[in-house]
Write a protein that binds this ligand. Structure first.
Ligand code: 5GP
Length: 193
């Protein structure tokens, strides 16, 4: 997606250790116009998949997932990283190792929001080693829901996430694919959408 690539080139910052900082338009401050376009684009790609739920993980997945869900006219569910006192129902849970925070957290979704009739589109802001997506896939599988695909804003193609999901037979659609983050420069490869 050209607009996203241009914005990453203009406002993205390369940190050491292969991390891209996009906190001025995706992960902290959010550009609503660009976010809406990205959510809509992912929704368009999966328009024929009869999606019934969009699933993401807090916090930065929520904005693109919400716009995609609105466009698909279905609910959006975000997995929680901390158990809330109000979550007293049966929970679907899995463990996710965070690439950026370097901690493992338990993520959960209330059982009542996903079932075996659901066809799910998983959305997240970044795809690195695929651990967040894998955790969300496990939650959906526990509910017996079908995963139609994973939609990603920024994929770091030099990490293993896409291959991990491909090996699981999951379709991955990324709006920007980063080939490398070397010497403070972002190099792209062709995106999926
Ligand atoms: P994965 O689970 O695929 O290894 O990493 C994806 C998660 O880690 C995303 O939810 C995102 O929050 C975070 N992440 C991974 N790489 C980056 C990065 O380069 N920049 C930022 N801002 N977040 C990242």
């Amino acid at each position: 997606m050209k607009e996203l690539v241009d914005r990453i080139q203009q406002d993205g910052n390369v940190l050491g250790e292969g991390v891209l900082k996009v906190d001025s338009f995706v992960t902290h401050q959010v550009d609503p116009d660009l976010m809406e376009k990205m959510g809509n684009r992912l929704a368009e790609v999966f328009a024929d998949s009869r999606i019934t739920k969009v699933v993401t993980i807090e916090a930065s997945g929520i904005a693109p997932a919400l716009y995609a869900a609105q466009k698909l006219n279905v609910p959006m569910i975000f997995a929680r990283k901390a158990k809330s006192l109000t979550m007293d129902e049966e929970l679907l849970t899995s463990s996710v190792y965070s690439f950026t925070k370097q901690v493992t957290s338990t993520i959960s979704i209330s059982r009542k929001f996903l079932n075996e009739d659901d066809k799910v589109l998983i959305i997240d802001d970044f795809l690195a080693n695929g651990q967040a997506a894998k955790g969300l896939i496990e939650l959906c599988q526990q509910a017996g829901a079908k995963i139609e695909g994973v939609g990603i804003i920024i994929e770091k193609s030099f990490q293993d996430g896409r291959q991990l999901l491909k090996d699981m037979g999951i379709r991955v659609v990324s709006l920007a694919r980063i080939e490398s983050l070397v010497d403070g420069r972002v190099s792209f490869r062709d995106a999926d959408a």
